[in-house]
Design a protein around this ligand. Sequence first.
Ligand SMILES: C[S@@+](CC[C@H](N)C(=O)[O-])C[C@H]1O[C@@H](n2cnc3c(N)ncnc32)[C@H](O)[C@@H]1O
Length: 438
Amino acid sequence: MSYNFRTLNYLGSKLRLLDFIEDKVLDVTPQGAGICDLFAGSGCVSRKLSRLHSVVSCDIQGYSKVICNALLHKFDVTDKTIEGFFKSLDNECTNKLREAFAPLIELEQDAIDSKNLEVLTCILEHGSLEVFNIEHNLSCLSDQLVVVCKNLKKDGLDDVRSLISRYYGGVYFSYKQAVEIDIILETIHRLISEDNRDLFLAALLSTASDIVDTVGKHFAQPIKARDSKGNIKITVYNKAVKDKTIDVVALYREWLLKYRNLSKSDCQHITMQGDYEQCLKSLPDNVRTVYADPPYTRDHYSRYYHVLETLTLRDTPKISTVTIHGSTHVSNGIYREDRHQSPFCIKSKAPEAFRKMFELTASAGRNLLLSYSPYDETKKTHPRVVTMQQLIALAEEYYDNVETVSAGSFKHNKLNSTEHFLEASDEAELLIVCTNNE
Ligand SMILES: C[S@@+](CC[C@H](N)C(=O)[O-])C[C@H]1O[C@@H](n2cnc3c(N)ncnc32)[C@H](O)[C@@H]1O
């Protein structure tokens, strides 16, 4: 079952619906024809469809392209290359980075060992070295932050080689983990040829997604350390013990082997990073069906996964700011200033974005399978930006046949109870299948 492969802890991942999606795609797609996974995200749909079809996967985010490359293409990475890679993680330069961060690494480790909630909270709230360099907030960490800053300057390591440690160390990862991520990242860029790089990078993205110290395993915001009265929550400690102590190098090795050992079909695949419109306009002729899983709420994916984007781009992004009661601060989540704002998440822009999608797929003679997950009020998600009715009305302007199928109905039929069926199908994932007569 290696075609059902989880890469990231991803909001709205279609991992559990892969068999259903593949079935529905097969219903409308001739054998040998190509498929486009238009909003590929964590890549699991692209991977599944690559079993029987040539796939073009598209997403606006660079990390998605890296992961899709790792999932779809064949690589030549031997055990020897992998062993050589792990040996190279320890050298004079990498040890310098570890030493430079030692004051913060030790402080955090002591705080975990002694269950010191105040220090752990201080690290979550004031731990980013990059933010400290912008705002100069005084905290119980200031002395260590100043020392680490000097160490990095002295060793000439205050560049991309300490990117993850400086920006997110202490906040999303422990300092120790962040340093190891930087070391792995530097080693990938230094040693691994471009042909194989995305395999190594994808394994690092999966590692980062598994270890991040947040409640939802995404990067929308660091753990909120205090309750509404300002008291420190015990979660701070429990999560630190669970997440911040995970051994990055050992987990990375597991992920690298998992990616390396994936079986691949002989179909040819393409990955694209770009806006859906641009991707649709440049699809090769063999693509007969487009599977689309756009965002449906006002939550931009770029906010949830910005750290993965920075890991991928390895630039030194400007951090966005927020203004509250007239005073401007660096964003709590340490977001990239240039993070993508999707038209699908903006109420005034979404209908036009969907129209464009229907128009471009239909005019090129392609089928469109559009995923829709109805709003579940019991979960803490935001309402949908467009309704099912709006989507169907739009689809019917461009397609002769617009059919809605529910992923839930199979499962619920088995329950053999009308009541259960209605209850469950309210929340069931839907696919809007749009086809035109010949
Ligand atoms: C619901 S997620 C896709 C999840 C994916 N099917 C999976 O199972 O992992 C939506 C994706 O759309 C991408 N996206 C949002 N706006 C986009 C746009 N204008 N063009 C291309 N991709 C976009 C986001 O980066 C995100 O990865």
